[in-house]
Design a protein around this ligand. Structure first.
Ligand SMILES: *[C@@H]1O[C@H](CO)[C@@H](O)[C@H](O)[C@H]1NC(C)=O
Length: 113
């Protein structure tokens, strides 16, 4: 029985790591133009830890899942959106294409959650 609970815990971690199913926050935005774009998710122009979702030409901004701040895996306190796999990933397995907003450097060792 212990092994079963361990397996459940590990599966839970794997889902969390890919972060695909976790939507932290979402709200409609006016500044992104979805017109003419297929439905789906797009890179946020200025924040790697968010992405834009176009649905019926309505744009909404979504946050990637929160993660404990780690200088390698989670420097921003949130996972990083990767458009080629359409998922939020740990920062060390994907490249941030845009520069993060200034003055947002998390304090090393801070606990977010
Ligand atoms: C997105 O993720 C894929 C698979 O992990 C990786 O091969 C690719 O380099 C990533 N893209 C960027 C821009 O980091």
């Amino acid at each position: 029985m212990k092994a079963f609970y361990l397996a459940v815990a590990i599966t839970g971690l794997a889902i969390y790591a890919s972060a695909r199913v976790v939507i932290q926050e979402e709200h409609d935005i006016q500044w992104y133009n979805c017109a003419g774009k297929p439905e789906g998710n797009y890179e946020h122009p200025s924040d790697c830890t968010r992405f834009i979702s176009c649905s019926g030409e309505i744009a909404s901004q979504r946050d990637c899942a929160n993660c404990n701040v780690d200088p390698v895996r989670c420097p921003e306190g949130r996972t990083v959106y990767n458009a080629s796999v359409d998922a939020c990933l740990w920062a060390d397995v994907t490249t941030c294409q845009v520069s993060p907003a200034p003055n947002k450097d998390p304090v090393r060792g801070a606990i977010i959650l």
